[in-house]
Ligand binder design. Sequence first.
Ligand SMILES: C[S@@+](CC[C@H](N)C(=O)[O-])C[C@H]1O[C@@H](n2cnc3c(N)ncnc32)[C@H](O)[C@@H]1O
Length: 237
Amino acid sequence: MKADIITLFPDMVATVAATSMLGRAQEAALLDLSVTDLREFGLGGYRRVDDSPYGGGPGMVFRPEPVYAAVETATNRAGAPCRLLMPSPQGRVFDQPMAEELAAEARPLVFLCGHYEGVDQRILDGLGFEEVSVGDYVLTGGELPALIMLDAAARLIPGVLGNDASPEEDCFSAAAAGILKFPQYTRPAEFRGMGVPQVLLSGHHREIEAWRREQALAATRSKRPDLLVDGAGGEEG
Ligand SMILES: C[S@@+](CC[C@H](N)C(=O)[O-])C[C@H]1O[C@@H](n2cnc3c(N)ncnc32)[C@H](O)[C@@H]1O
């Protein structure tokens, strides 16, 4: 996977991207991530990237010239037509199917992290950015959403997670069919008066599987009943 994050805060992105799974994916050459500093494309001595909105109103808006120059630099560096993604609270809501879509994407990904009030509409229209939201709330900038999307997609690339971790078993994967995970336990078998369900210590694989299925459905019913409305798990109406 090839990706570029265009941001006013390259250190913030680079620090997170160098840590844990995203860092390991890059070390293993399974993720080729560049970070483009939008400020380098700013205008004038102060390298301005924004201006006040036409028509008035609060906040500042990204100007098109620096963003076009940064996107052109990122796409030239990628050497292929890119999929352009703009984190935005007004976009399509990001979910696991979209993470799977991005993991399978042949085109390099370019994320443009917004800040302040937003971006000049000609950036979205003229360059063909897709707006993608990480939920119905407003963050300060697009850096965290871009990293969320990249993390969710990169961990699905074969080889990124260790051998003993299987993204197919995660909740929200296609295989999970809309039900949450069953509760997990590890050693010790007794901790501060709390035990482990006997069935998990029994060694009876079929019974363990049945217990886990029942627990997963119970967890979904109590925590996310909305997931069951379409008959997920084949049992609810
Ligand atoms: C303060 S927000 C701008 C919010 C804008 N005034 C609005 O109401 O849509 C600044 C930037 O943060 C990012 N952002 C904020 N909330 C987000 C969300 N829920 N999903 C994705 N990106 C978000 C976007 O890149 C956005 O351009």
